[in-house]
Design a protein around this ligand. Sequence first.
Ligand SMILES: CC(C)(COP(=O)(O)OP(=O)(O)OC[C@H]1O[C@@H](n2cnc3c(N)ncnc32)[C@H](O)[C@@H]1OP(=O)(O)O)[C@@H](O)C(=O)NCCC(=O)NCCS
Length: 153
Amino acid sequence: MDNSDLCFHFITPAHSLYAKECQLRWERLRRPLGYPPGAEKFDFEDDAVHLVATDCDDECVGCVLFIRQGERRGRLFQMAVSEHVEGHGLGRALVRTLEEHLRAQGIEHVFLHARCHVQGFYERLGYTPCSDVYEEVGIPHISMERRLRPEST
Ligand SMILES: CC(C)(COP(=O)(O)OP(=O)(O)OC[C@H]1O[C@@H](n2cnc3c(N)ncnc32)[C@H](O)[C@@H]1OP(=O)(O)O)[C@@H](O)C(=O)NCCC(=O)NCCS
């Protein structure tokens, strides 16, 4: 896959792409754990930043969300790409696009709850572990963080 064929959109839950975003989130993050459709949604969907990537058929092939928690910090969550585009740099492109947007909003500190089996993905993007391992949605997680600086890439 050539990432130059993809489009990135910041959307709200009122956008026509939101249903496709939720479908991807459920398929990649909740269905494998045995959760029903709808379990991918949080109470604060309306307050979150939603970044989605679409392909040339307008299908949602990736997403990542962010919720501000405090003046200059917040949590990245619901990071997912479609199985058929994995391993081609879309996850990295989504995180970098989100970080650029957050920097412009004055966010300096991003943290997240990483599934332990994808800890290496976030490490490749400059995130460092900052907790012991704990359980969330029935699987091991570890908290990770990154300081955003104007010059960081
Ligand atoms: C995790 C996920 C978003 C990665 O997306 P991706 O598009 O395949 O990742 P990229 O191709 O951009 O990879 C970026 C780098 O991370 C590395 N990487 C990707 N997945 C990795 C993993 N599971 N473990 C270790 N390293 C990984 C890549 O090799 C690449 O390294 P490089 O810097 O040497 O090139 C994707 O696998 C996914 O959606 N998984 C299912 C949902 C999920 O688990 N989400 C995370 C919840 S915390």
